[in-house]
Design a protein around this ligand. Structure first.
Ligand SMILES: [Zn+2]
Length: 387
């Protein structure tokens, strides 16, 4: 790969013909139309947070270095931004009046409101740019290894770069588009954000059964996304049909795997809903995220719920101590029986007739350790558990 360092390009040059699409969150062109700011392997603009974009402008005004910018030279009349899209888009958006910075008096200032010497200082700033020429694979391999200052590319952003093409472009229009009206619905089940590619990542993971790279490579030049679209929607529709209530713990579960494992089994959504309610109100259940798979699997695998229990050694020790004290006082070794008026008031229960109980309820922060353990007869333990 051949690289040439250029120091002759100014912010004014870059911003000539700058086009930014607010709806799609894409910086598009600059440098009199010769520069493509967001080729398809680039990620969405994520600097528009009033901090990172402002910091870029303040750096320029203070004449701090902005760092290296890399262009890919496609031909003599076409350059693409390899690294620096976020910085260039911030400059272009500021110069075209899309956001303001605070001046020394704390007043909001748009570019047009800046003193002309400050405007000139920005426009005349020269950028440090490497122009790279090489094969597509060389450039993509290299792009894969660089980090954009402050916000490293995540896995999916890298994969989008490596497998760029019509398929990724179409996928991003569907799954990485903040204007997509379905996002709110997806958000109930999938964690992450649109512009960091989290929805696209899940859609790919689901349809490929975890073999994302292979799938992206195979479909790289596809001109439709019908398969990933319909698979993704099947999963989402299945979740919302089986679980009629949306709980925050549903967000980020392995829905692709759950769909594959359970979507052929019939469920009664009303019964499922009642079961979810019941399990959610059980104070001994530590892992609410496990409730959904537990129900899907026919309520067999209670390990999923991480139910808090006392171990056998603790139970035996507490039983022995309680029983010894009860015998000395001539009362029942179940403290609730001992306070009652019925025949069990002085009954000594066997260990197998008793269950361990949290003195301070787990739901109120009571720990599952020996100091918070008491043995109750099974009847009283059940009565307490149902409260
Ligand atoms: Zn009792």
């Amino acid at each position: 790969m051949k690289t040439t360092l250029r120091t002759d390009i100014t912010v004014r040059d870059i911003c000539d013909g700058f086009v930014y699409n607010e709806l799609e969150g894409k910086g598009l062109f600059g440098l009199s139309g010769k520069l493509v700011i967001q080729p398809e392997y680039q990620r969405n603009y994520i600097y528009a947070d009033g901090k990172k974009d402002v910091a870029v402008i303040e750096s320029v005004l203070n004449q701090y270095p902005l760092g290296l910018i890399y262009f890919n030279k496609v031909n003599d009349n076409l350059l693409e931004v390899l690294d620096g899209q976020q910085r260039i888009t911030s400059l272009g958006r500021f110069v075209t009046g899309k956001f303001a910075i605070k001046d020394n008096n704390g007043m909001q200032q748009y570019f047009s409101g800046l003193a002309s010497d400050l405007q000139e200082r920005i426009l005349e700033t020269r950028l440090l740019i490497y122009e790279c020429e090489g094969t597509e694979s060389e450039i993509k391999e290299w792009f894969k290894t660089i980090n954009i200052a402050g916000v490293p590319l995540n896995t999916q952003e890298l994969l989008n770069a490596v497998y760029s093409g019509p398929f990724v472009t179409l996928c991003r229009e569907e799954f990485s588009n903040s204007q997509n009206a379905n996002i709110q619905k997806w958000n109930a089940y999938i964690s992450g954000t649109v512009n960091r590619q989290d929805f696209l990542e899940r859609a790919l993971e689901w349809v490929s059964r975890g073999e994302v790279e292979k799938y992206m490579s195979l479909h790289r030049f596809d001109t439709n996304i019908n398969e990933i679209n319909s698979y993704f929607n099947s999963v989402i529709d299945w979740i919302s049909a089986v679980f009629i209530d949306v709980e925050s713990e549903m967000r980020g579960l392995e829905w692709g795997r759950l769909y594959e494992t359970y979507h052929r089994k019939p469920y009664n959504p009303q019964e499922v809903s009642a079961k979810v309610r019941e399990l959610y109100s059980d104070p001994y259940i530590k892992n609410r995220k496990g409730v959904f798979e537990y129900i899907l699997g026919g309520m067999q695998d209670s390990k999923l719920l991480e139910v808090r229990v006392f171990d056998e050694a603790t139970k035996k020790k507490v039983y022995a101590q309680q029983t010894e004290e009860a015998k000395a006082q001539g009362i029942s070794n179940c403290p609730h029986c001992a306070m009652g008026h019925e025949a069990n008031r002085s009954k000594i229960w066997k260990l197998s007739e008793m269950d361990a109980d949290h003195v301070a309820a787990w739901s109120k922060g009571g720990a599952t350790d020996i100091n918070n353990c008491q043995m109750l007869c099974k009847t009283h333990n059940r009565a307490k558990g149902n409260k």
